[in-house]
Design a binder for this molecule. Structure first.
Ligand code: G3P
Length: 220
């Protein structure tokens, strides 16, 4: 399972990269706005910076703002030309699916976002999306079960032999990451805090303190 960090915060991206376990980055317009990045050139420049921080071979999702097919295609081509790491992120709409199919023909990688059902997952895979982003946290927020959706899509994609990678998004906790791994997600994209939360266990801290204390006693 690949680990992506879901942020436009450069410090978080640097920290995740330095951990040595990062495979990519996803962003969205809300995350860009959260960092105060606005205007066409500053946004493009920010994507370039992210690509440079993570280095070669790590996919960076950059989302289109257009909602019509022509606009998405024009914007997506511009984003794809920015850097070899860029994956064009496209919303799950009629025009979005059409744009994904076009990008697939051009060999441009895509991430189909705002996915909330198995039916949408089938459409994105048919269009040849590289990644599919089901938003599990937002499903949980409505008292439905986001992990169940991941399991359903894994089952369908396996049966149908679809190539699209399931990128579990809207992850809120370390537990979500573990559940996604068990469900068979190909990728998780998470806030840095969810990734670092995986480190902690009180018995590890207690055990390490005892090892060090015993070592000190034996060597004093
Ligand atoms: O990758 C999608 C993600 O950014 C949405 O997360 O927490 O706003 O539902 P959230």
């Amino acid at each position: 399972m690949l680990f992506f960090v879901d942020t436009a915060n450069l410090d978080h991206i640097r920290e995740a990269t330095e951990l040595g376990i990062l495979d990519g980055v996803t962003t969205n317009p809300s995350l860009m706005a959260k960092e105060g990045i606005s205007g066409v050139e500053p946004v493009l420049n920010h994507y370039r910076k992210i690509c440079e921080i993570v280095g070669p071979g790590r996919d960076v999702s950059a989302e289109v703002i257009s909602t019509d097919y022509e606009g998405m295609v024009q914007e997506g081509k511009k984003l794809a030309q920015l850097h070899e790491n860029i994956v064009v992120k496209v919303p799950m709409t009629r025009d979005g699916v059409k744009a994904i199919a076009h990008f697939t023909e051009l060999g441009i990688k895509t991430n189909c976002t705002l996915v909330f059902s198995a039916g949408q997952a089938i459409l994105a895979a048919k269009a040849g999306a590289t990644y599919l982003s089901p938003f599990i946290g937002r499903i949980d927020d409505m008292s439905w079960d986001g992990i169940e959706l991941i399991k359903e899509i894994v089952e369908i994609y396996t049966l149908q032999d679809f190539d699209t990678s399931i990128l579990a998004a809207s992850i809120r906790s370390p537990l979500h990451i573990v559940q996604c791994a068990k469900a068979g997600a190909d990728v998780v994209t998470c806030p840095l805090s969810a990734i670092t939360g995986l480190f902690y266990h009180p018995l590890t801290d207690i055990g390490l303190a005892k090892f060090l204390a015993d070592h000190k006693k034996a060597n004093s």
